[in-house]
Design a binder for this molecule. Structure first.
Ligand SMILES: O=P(O)(O)OC[C@H]1O[C@](O)(COP(=O)(O)O)[C@@H](O)[C@@H]1O
Ligand SMILES: [Mg+2]
Ligand SMILES: [Mg+2]
Ligand SMILES: [Mg+2]
Length: 341
């Protein structure tokens, strides 16, 4: 049996006779057939979305779809297509009872005859503003186990604290397509899509923030500086004085991925234009917070509703609720939060 506690550099190279696939990882570590099927369908949808992003220019998939979603975002064609891909794949899994997507105003409640034990909240294509200029985008998801009785799911199955999440992950559509996963209580794993094989191949185990906090990087949309509260302004001003570098892609998946691998901090705070922040709790804040904590980092809301809160302790009351986000290495998250003392 594969040893997934070890990183397997070079595995999956064209000439390797042995490599470890995502399928093998799921089959050997999960011991839960329904969750394995769900994750396999999730991976299939990631591959289909990766293909759509790669072919967008030649398949006339850039540009607007013409509608707005429930957050008020103008939907791009790829937002709509990727949403259809994920909804169809997850419905076919037979493992889901509730689906919450950024692109669907209402949660999808799966009919009893097709329903399973799990609820999935997802952002099918994150980083919409980067689609048309071919900069990295991604998918973000969180999985919960149904808690209400009976087979029919309800919105109560997803409106709960983030620490109830059983699995979280993101897939980045960048120079390579990469899937990063974490099951509750387990470490973070990285898989890269080998296009010639059509499979996600295991590349890194036990992914953690660099010790000591890593590179001195802060990541935020600093154009919002005038609208931030004083503690966030002070922290960012001090990062500059301490010669931190600013790196900001504007796709949460890419910015969080870099933050986990290199260190530093990613911030999308509340501001006077958006008092609840911009990012959505269920399919952006929570899954990233779980991954960051599993990798040894911290994820907080900063000052929100009168107190500084660990993000996974929030209990949302609406599926498209927003929250401020401060996540990254403990060194930098604690530094920002100290400004609220
Ligand atoms: O353009 P801004 O205001 O800096 O916002 C960037 C943020 O918005 C998002 O694009 C929102 O996600 P969607 O593209 O899924 O709506 C995040 O990926 C990113 O962190
Ligand atoms: Mg959007
Ligand atoms: Mg998003
Ligand atoms: Mg999106």
């Amino acid at each position: 049996m594969a040893n997934f506690s070890k990183t397997t550099p070079g595995s999956g190279g064209d000439l390797d006779s042995e490599f470890h696939s995502l399928t093998e990882y799921l089959m050997t570590t999960l011991k839960d057939q329904e969750l394995t099927v769900l994750m396999s369908q999730m991976a299939l949808a990631c591959k289909a979305t990766s293909r759509a992003c790669a072919k967008a220019g030649i398949a006339n998939l850039f540009g607007m779809a013409g509608d707005q979603n429930s957050s008020g975002d103008d939907q791009k064609k790829l937002d709509v297509l990727s949403n259809d891909i994920f909804v169809n794949a997850l419905l076919k899994s037979g493992s889901c009872c509730v689906l919450v997507s950024e692109e669907n105003e209402e949660p999808i409640i799966v009919p009893e005859k097709d329903a399973g034990r799990f609820c999935v909240c997802f952002d099918p294509l994150d980083g919409s503003s980067n689609i048309d200029c071919n900069v990295s985008t991604g998918t973000i998801f969180a999985v919960y186990e149904k808690k209400t009785p009976g087979k029919l799911g309800s919105v109560a199955d997803v409106l709960r604290v983030g620490s109830d999440i059983v699995a979280a992950g993101y897939c980045m559509y960048g120079a390579a397509t990469e899937l990063v996963l974490c099951f509750k209580g387990q470490s973070v794993q990285r898989f890269a899509l080998d296009p010639s094989l059509g499979e996600f191949v295991h590349t890194h185990s036990n992914v953690t923030f660099p010790s000591g906090g890593g590179k001195k990087i802060y990541s935020c949309n600093e154009g919002n500086f005038p609208y931030w509260d004083q503690p966030i302004k002070d922290a960012v001003t001090e990062f500059k004085a301490k010669k931190y570098a600013l790196r900001y892609v504007g796709s949460m998946v890419s910015d969080v991925h870099r933050t986990i691998l290199y260190g530093g901090v990613f911030v999308y705070p509340a501001d006077s234009k958006s008092p609840k922040g911009k990012l959505r709790v269920l399919y952006e804040g929570f899954p990233m917070a779980l991954l960051v904590e599993c990798a040894g980092g911290k994820a907080s809301t900063g000052m929100f509703n009168g107190s500084v809160q660990r993000m996974l302790d929030l209990e949302p009351t609406h599926v498209h609720e927003r929250c401020p986000v401060i996540l990254g290495s403990p060194r930098d998250v604690d530094f920002i939060l100290s400004k609220y003392n």
